[in-house]
Design a protein around this ligand. Structure first.
Ligand code: BGC
Length: 424
């Protein structure tokens, strides 16, 4: 290159670098509902990475644990013809948006990053519609966890219960020592989260599959479901639901602060312990819900990628980078360390992850080989949003006003059946 060309090129670079970044940067608008301490720390990892890549991040936050409110806002935006770049939706809802033609085929990006060889089948399938990738996974959460305040257990002289009999004995000792046994936010989705774990524990994986995935009417209304309610109602008695705690993270805070011994919750709760610098094994303990060792109710967080209306090349590139960054090693590691979940990719090292995450990964793999890796009904992985809504509502009603276990089973079966046929 001659000197003139070099000078001209130098001047061009200098001029371009003086132009405001926004002229060239693309934007991503991302719908999510991650607002608790641990969740916010986790999503910040993605915002920082996108901004480091020169893109603008526009937060589309809709508060509300479990994401019910977020889905209503999303529907509004998409139907107005103005979808966000990506939205935190999962399971069967991904299928629904794809079927309606709103999602983008991202097979090219998946191929570029070799997703097929990196994602376990259960995750890869959840991200696809008709064999094409339309969503990108950020993690795998497990819903059947029990969290415990170690100090309380040590003071009382008990360890984490592994069976329901042990749980009853432990609970009695905790009560006698003057602590609240279970912290639980008084919201339908949280009750539904505990209920599904109890169903897995009491009924076993096959029953769970029949009732909550296949919606077999006999399984839903029969004696096993009645036994599930019986166990569940015993737990409700220990929840003290009138104490004004509604959000799940307020309940986690009660365990963190030593006001209650246990919380049943998915491992997003661990993100709250981590945000308060609490360490597993020292400050708190994690264990599968009694009776569910090597059984795993999965809840995969993912971003569905929307087909944008006439995007600029920069916005399209930003959307591509969002997808690439989410599947990147660094993101999958740091995000999940903050979020409490495990990476969606099983080709990554778990070094640097804590004890609970390592248990989660090994039980994720063991359960897959065991027919005990099952989709969470409370978190949109097992059934449609409509059935999930009726499930929440009925579990919420029965938690507030328990009926006999057998009547409860029948009422739940009817609610699920109704959700299957109602057109919404
Ligand atoms: C989501 C988690 C979230 C939790 C509480 C779950 O449905 O999968 O990512 O932290 O709800 O909002």
């Amino acid at each position: 290159m001659n000197t003139l060309a070099k000078v001209t090129q130098g001047a061009l670079v200098a001029t371009l670098s003086c132009l405001p970044m926004s002229l060239y940067a693309g934007s991503v608008e991302v719908l999510h509902y991650w607002t608790s301490g641990g969740e916010a720390r986790a999503v910040q990892v993605l915002k920082d990475q996108m901004e480091a890549d020169g893109h603008n991040w526009v937060d589309f936050v809709v508060e509300g644990g479990g994401g019910g409110n977020a889905m209503a806002s999303l529907q509004d935006r998409v139907l107005r013809g103005d979808p966000p770049t990506a939205a935190q939706i999962k399971g069967l809802d991904i299928q629904r948006w794809a079927r309606l033609g709103f999602l983008r085929n991202i097979d090219g990006l998946a191929e570029e990053q070799g997703w097929d060889g990196r994602l376990p089948p259960v995750v890869a399938e959840a991200m696809q519609y008709n064999g094409n990738y339309v969503a990108v996974p950020v993690n795998v959460h497990r819903t059947n966890w029990l969290w415990a305040n170690k100090q309380i257990l040590d003071n009382v002289g008990v360890s984490v219960p592994r069976t329901w009999e042990e749980f009853e004995q432990t609970a009695e000792q905790i009560r006698q020592a003057g602590y609240q046994v279970i912290a639980q936010g008084n919201q339908d989705w949280q009750h539904a989260t505990l209920f599904e774990s109890v169903a897995l524990s009491v009924g076993g994986p096959e029953f769970y599959q029949n009732a909550f995935v296949e919606h077999d009417f006999g399984a839903m209304k029969g004696d096993t479901m009645a036994a599930v309610f019986e166990r569940y109602y015993r737990l409700v008695d220990d929840m003290n639901l009138n104490n004004g705690v509604s959000e799940w993270n307020q309940a986690t805070a009660r365990v963190i602060n030593g006001e209650a011994a246990f919380q049943f919750m998915g491992d997003w709760a661990k993100g709250e312990f981590a945000a308060e610098n609490k360490r597993p094994g020292q400050d708190y303990l994690c264990a599968p819900v009694p009776g569910t060792t090597n059984q795993f109710l999965f809840n995969i967080d993912s971003f569905a990628i929307f087909e944008l209306r006439e995007p600029s090349p920069a916005d399209l590139e930003a959307q591509n980078d969002l997808v690439r960054n989410i599947m990147d090693d660094d993101f999958q590691k740091t995000f999940n360390q903050n979020k409490g979940s495990i990476p969606a990719r099983t080709d990554m090292s778990m070094a640097g992850f804590d004890l609970c995450a390592n248990i989660s990964m090994s039980e994720f793999i063991a359960s897959a080989n065991n027919d005990a890796l099952l989709p969470s009904i409370a978190h949109g992985m097992a059934t449609t949003g409509t059935v999930q809504g009726y499930f929440y509502e009925k579990i919420g009603e029965l938690t507030a006003n328990p009926e006999s276990p057998s009547d409860s089973a029948r009422a739940l079966a009817k609610a699920i059946r109704y959700g299957q046929y109602v057109i919404k």
